[in-house]
Design a binder for this molecule. Structure first.
Ligand code: GAR
Length: 205
């Protein structure tokens, strides 16, 4: 029998992608994976409420704003890594997580951290490209289509190996909000597919 893969889902906001993963876990669509915990980098986000409602441990680790940005990222990353070690986490899923992970966690979990991004990478990725900013940039560029990407996380921002993408058309009259909504629907499918794929690989390794 294959080993259980403990999954940590990192969140910063509404948590609709977390909800898709929770639903998938509950219907057995993550194979031998199970959501072991959720971790937010800010208090009061709805994602944490979703975790509580589903009886998933909801952890909070906020950045230390007294530190300069480089050390702040390192400090938060090291605290997340410590929790991963303590909880025997096999896969980390970034589901709308807005802090940047650096250094040891990236190396120790190489090939075992995935992210969902709301564009067709490599287009419209990188530092500062998140949420509605991405969709506005797509509209401003006059793109005929957009979508979402699930990719491995490496030391860059949105640069890791692409696992899968789902596409949507950009429609006449779209706003950042309407485009975001269409893409969110695809993200909820993509994040489950990407997580299940990684679970299968990790469980077999
Ligand atoms: C999602 O659209 C996700 O792709 C995006 O944040 C949103 C979170 O929504 N992530 C990024 O932009 C990361 N660069 P959710 O909280 O409802 O899952």
């Amino acid at each position: 029998m294959q080993n259980t893969v403990n999954i940590l889902v990192l969140v910063s906001g509404n948590g609709s992608n977390l909800q898709a993963l929770i639903n998938a876990d509950q219907r057995g669509a993550l194979g031998t994976g199970r959501i072991a915990a959720t971790l937010a980098d800010r208090a009061g986000v709805y994602a944490m409420e979703r975790a509580r409602l589903a009886n998933v441990p909801a952890l909070l680790q906020t950045p230390n704003k007294a530190l300069p940005i480089t050390q702040r990222r390192q400090d938060l990353s090291d605290r997340v890594l410590q929790l991963c070690r303590e909880r025997d986490i096999g896969l980390i899923v970034l589901a709308g997580f807005l802090s940047i992970l650096v250094d040891d966690i990236i190396h120790e979990y190489a090939g075992r951290i995935i992210n969902v991004h709301p564009s067709l990478l490599p287009k419209f990725g990188g530092v500062g490209m998140y949420g509605e900013r991405v969709h506005q940039a797509v509209l401003d560029a006059g793109e005929p289509e957009s979508g979402c990407t699930v990719h491995l996380v490496d030391a860059g921002t949105d640069t890791g190996l692409i696992l899968l993408q789902r596409r949507v058309p950009v429609l006449a009259g779209d706003t950042a909000a309407t485009l975001a909504e269409r893409i969110h629907h695809e993200e909820h499918i993509a994040i489950v597919e990407g997580t299940a794929l990684m679970v299968t690989q990790i469980a077999a390794s």
